[in-house]
Each structure stands twice: as C-alpha cells, then as structure tokens.
Write a protein that binds this ligand. Structure first.
Ligand SMILES: Nc1nc2c(ncn2[C@@H]2O[C@H](COP(=O)(O)OP(=O)(O)OP(=O)(O)O)[C@@H](O)[C@H]2O)c(=O)[nH]1
Ligand SMILES: [Mg+2]
Length: 415
C-alpha cells in the first residue's frame, strides 16, 4: 500500500543526505585547505611555545637527574643535549614505539613532560576539525531536491496545495539546522517529512462509536448515509461497516436507497442476508428518501443502533442526481454523511469529494481499494483538501477488509 509514495519520500531522504554529505566533505576539505595554513602556523606557534616551555621543564628534570647518572651516561646525555630539541621531539614517536615493543621500559620524566605538551597541541587541533565539519543547512542545499519531491508528489496524485504545503513545511524545518554528522541530515529530513505529513493529516476526527452511544442514550439510532460516484464501493463498504459494528456489539439496519441501478437492491439484500441483518427496501425506482425514512422508523421502533443508508452512484457533474442526494439528506436527516471514494482514482476522487462536500457537507471519508493503491496521493490529500477526516480504508473484497484510518499509522506507512 502506498509504496510509490513511500519510495519517493525515502529517496528524498537519501538524496538530501548524499548531497549535504558531499558538500560538507568538499567544504570541509576547502576549509581544511584554507585553514590549513592558518592552523599550521597556529600549530607551529603553539608547538614552539610549548616546546620551549617543554625544554625548560626538561632542563629542570635533567638537572635533577644529572647527579644520579653514571659518568658514561652523563656524557651521552651531554652529547644528545647538543642535538636539536626538534629532532628529539620528532623522533619521540618512534622511540615511544620502540619502548612499547620492548614492553618493560618505563617512560622517563622527560618523555612525560614532552607527551603532556604534545597532547595539548593535539587537543587544540581536534577542536578545529569539529568546527570545520559542522554545517548549517541552507535553502540552496535543499531546494533542488525538494522541488524534485514536489514533482514526484504531483505525479503520485497528491493535490497541488498539499504538495506545496509539505515542501514548504520541510524547507522551514530544515533550513538553518546545524549538521554535525551525516546521519543528522537523514534524521532531520525524516523528522521534517513526518511533521509535514502529520500536519496534513491533522484534521478533526470523529469517533463513530462515541456518537452511536450518544444517540443510543436518547433512544435514537445513529444514521449514516453513504455517497459517491458509481462503482467506488459504497454498497460493499456498507456491508463491511455493518460487520465492523456487529463485531463491536451494535445492531445495524440497512436502507436500500439505491433504487436507481438495476440489481442494486438484490446486491445489498444479498449482503444483508449473508451478514444476518435487517434490510429495509422498496421496489426499484421508488423514492430513495422514503426508503431511508422507513429504515429510520424501523430502527427507532426496534431500538436498533445504526441505520446505514446506501445510495445510488452519481457523477458529481450530474445536477439532478446531486439535488436528489440533497433531498435524501433533508428527509432522512443523517447524523453523518460519508463520502466513499476509490483510492485508485487519485485526484479524481479528491475533485469528487470537493463537489459532494459542496452539495451535502460531508462528515468523513472512506477510501476503498487502498490495498491496490501504490500512489497514495488521494489518501494523503483528500482529508486536507476538504478538511474532513478519513475514517476507514477499504483493503479488499471481503467483509473484514476494512481498517480504521489513523494519521499516525499513515505517517508510519510513508516514512
Ligand atoms: N479490491 C477491492 N475492491 C473493492 C473494495 N471495495 C469495493 N470493491 C469492489 O468494487 C466493486 C464495486 O463495489 P460496489 O460496492 O458495488 O460499488 P458501489 O459504489 O456501490 O457501486 P454503484 O452502486 O454502482 O455506484 C465491487 O467489485 C467490489 O467488490 C476494496 O476495498 N478493495
Ligand atoms: Mg452500490
């Protein structure tokens, strides 16, 4: 599910990490080059300073130890005194190595004094390098890759306003971030994308179960009407939603208000019988609003918890059929109107949702066939565009193939 979208986000993370790492590397090298002279002269000065103070220390130590040395050793030391200190400093490493190999020779006080001074110099050097390697992300670092991402999102049927909002949010999050190591780019980008997607999906949700219980407390059923264009999966989804609430202990009734399409009443009757729930139906061509009204009366009289109203598929461009839907709404007075869209139709599903929302004011969305949808554009954008929550995703043809839509789950699917 939504694999193409997932790949696009993950490729953005990869590209940005590679780009910034490469830039940081070359900038680091440049900085190292340009600062190498400075740092070399700084180091030289420091070394000279430290060395001369080490020489002083050494002289003191030597003066102390001189008396202890036998004459021959003393002679050797006097000879070596005439060597430059620098050459001794230089050969110290190999001497140290030899000593290590010999294993038993303890460092002399002279060595210790020199070693301490040298460590100071090295310490200064490492702090210079860590400074060179820190990088602040600029707009220039991210803009090409984010532009590419925006194009990919549009190709995946993400609505333009959603793609733009995501890109701007990621850009705002990333620009100015201090990068100390290349894994930071990956972490920050991933987090920026997660934030952007969470914000897109952050539409006020509704809890249907809570609403059923509220209505139940007043002795009324919760009425839900399902709308959408032809063949999106309204009827199948009603069977799935019935199953979902039966499993939670509620009793639904179905209103066969698609009196328009041949075979529609038979189709939903078959589902109701299979699931084992009551269906209220009239003849083909009857007034769909009257069927819904009867189903609500039945539910009230029989203390049923839910009325699920099936409606005929209608194109959002067909004014008469859209008006008829508004009439069913007026008569049945549903508590919720749910738009059922085919996830695979991407941007079309979003456009339909906008038109249906304009006509009857939707409360929520169910996207079907999501299991076959690799693009994911509709799932990512539809809720944001009409500011209504996605409640469920249809994920197959069987009654159990319905999952509750949670924004955290969606973010985890994508990033
Ligand atoms: N793969 C898959 N198929 C689905 C899903 N939901 C519905 N379908 C299939 O989509 C087709 C149309 O489903 P219906 O429930 O008849 O659609 P409808 O919106 O009621 O159609 P009309 O009444 O003609 O407007 C059927 O073959 C369903 O099995 C789903 O989540 N996944
Ligand atoms: Mg139908």
């Amino acid at each position: 599910m939504f694999n193409a979208l997932k790949k696009k986000f993950s490729s953005t993370v990869g590209k940005l990490t590679d780009k910034v790492s490469q830039e940081a590397e070359s900038e680091g090298l440049k900085n190292e080059d340009s600062s190498s002279e400075q740092s070399a002269s700084l180091n030289r000065e420091k070394k000279i300073e430290k060395v001369s103070s080490a020489e002083d220390d050494l002289k003191k130590v030597e003066a102390k130890e001189e008396s202890k040395l036998p004459p021959s050793e003393k002679e050797k030391e006097v000879n070596s005194e005439s060597k430059s200190f620098f050459s001794r400093f230089k050969s110290k490493e190999s001497a140290k190595k030899d000593e290590k190999e010999e294993g038993s020779v303890k460092p002399t006080a002279q060595d210790k004094a020199i070693e301490e001074k040298e460590e100071d110099v090295d310490g200064d050097k490492s702090s210079i390098f860590s400074f060179i390697q820190e990088k602040t992300l600029s707009e220039k670092d991210v803009e090409d890759i984010l532009w590419e991402l925006e194009m990919s999102l549009l190709e995946s049927d993400v609505a333009l306003e959603v793609a733009e909002t995501i890109i701007n949010s990621v850009k705002d999050d990333l620009v100015g971030k201090k990068i100390k190591r290349s894994s930071d780019v990956e972490d920050y980008t991933r987090q920026a994308l997660r934030n952007a997607i969470s914000n897109i999906l952050d539409v006020e949700n509704i809890n249907i179960e809570h609403l059923i219980n509220k209505k139940k407390a007043t002795g009324e059923p919760l009425i839900i009407m399902f709308v959408g264009i032809n063949g999106t999966g309204k009827t199948t989804t009603i069977a799935k939603v019935s199953t979902y609430f039966i499993n939670k202990g509620y009793t639904p009734v179905i209103a066969a208000s698609d009196t328009f399409r041949a075979g529609a009443i038979e189709q939903i009757t078959h589902h109701a019988e299979t699931i084992g729930i009551k269906i209220i139906k009239h003849k083909k061509g009857a007034d769909p609003a009257a069927v819904a009204y009867d189903a609500v009366s039945h539910a009230k009289a029989q203390k049923k918890d839910l009325v699920l109203v099936d409606t005929a598929g209608r194109m959002q461009t067909n004014i008469n059929l859209m008006d008829e839907m508004a009439k069913i709404k007026r008569v049945a007075q549903p508590d919720l109107i749910i738009f059922v869209g085919d996830s695979l139709t991407g941007n079309d599903a979003i456009e339909q949702a906008v038109k249906f929302n304009d006509t009857v004011n939707l409360d929520g969305i169910i996207l079907t066939k999501a299991e076959a949808d690799s693009k994911g554009g509709a799932a990512l954008s539809i809720g944001y565009v009409i500011q209504k929550p996605i409640l469920f995703l249809g994920t197959g043809q069987s009654y159990e193939d319905l999952i509750e839509f949670k924004s955290d789950w969606m973010v985890d699917q994508l990033i």
